[in-house]
Ligand binder design. Structure first.
Ligand code: ADP
Length: 162
């Protein structure tokens, strides 16, 4: 059973992330979407809210066990081993993303024995959670960038810190 962990802050989860999950399903038996922390980014949407929204977005695949969505704290490698994942999945939009991933890839291979698989962004190479938050802050419609269940989280949080 090949379990691939697609980890990220997903703050919020975008159509770019969704594309990577769909491609990972082509070669993983189970795609585990891990919603974690990034030390250099303060969260806007809680991990719990995002976990529920992403699960609802993939309700059919969650129901049949092909996708599992969980929040976690701490190091991604520790979470992967705890969940029996054998592959780490990352999305690559550009050379900058690849550069950032280099050190993490070597670290996760050396420390945890985990290989990382990179999937090239196809449909949304310019899309980032940061960009989406700018769109939301400008009170523009983010529906082209984030799936409906995630849009509900954004709507619930509008007027607060989102
Ligand atoms: P981080 O783990 O750095 O907090 P994100 O939560 O923003 O990153 O993204 C998680 C993963 O998804 C990363 O591998 C990132 O490169 C990838 N990713 C982000 N946006 C896109 C996109 N538009 N298309 C493809 N992959 C993406």
């Amino acid at each position: 059973m090949k379990i691939g962990l697609y980890a990220g802050s997903f703050d919020p989860f975008t159509y770019g992330h969704k594309e990577i999950v769909e491609k990972a399903l082509l070669f993983c038996d189970i795609v585990l979407i891990g919603i974690g922390d990034n030390a250099s980014k303060l969260r806007t949407y809680s991990k719990g809210e995002m976990e529920k929204a992403v699960s609802a977005e993939f309700s059919a695949e969650v129901a049949c066990g092909r996708i599992v969505v969980k929040q976690y704290s701490g190091l991604t490698g520790d979470f992967a081993l705890k969940e029996n994942a054998t592959l780490l999945i990352r999305g690559i939009r550009n050379a900058g993303d690849l550069k950032v991933e280099e050190d993490f890839t070597v670290f996760n291979r050396k420390v945890y024995g985990l290989e990382t698989v990179f999937i090239m962004a196809d449909k949304y190479p310019q899309l980032s959670s940061t960009l989406v938050k700018e769109v939301i802050r400008a009170n523009c419609d983010a529906g082209d960038f984030i799936p409906p269940k995630v849009l509900e989280v954004v709507a619930r949080n509008s007027g607060s810190n989102a």
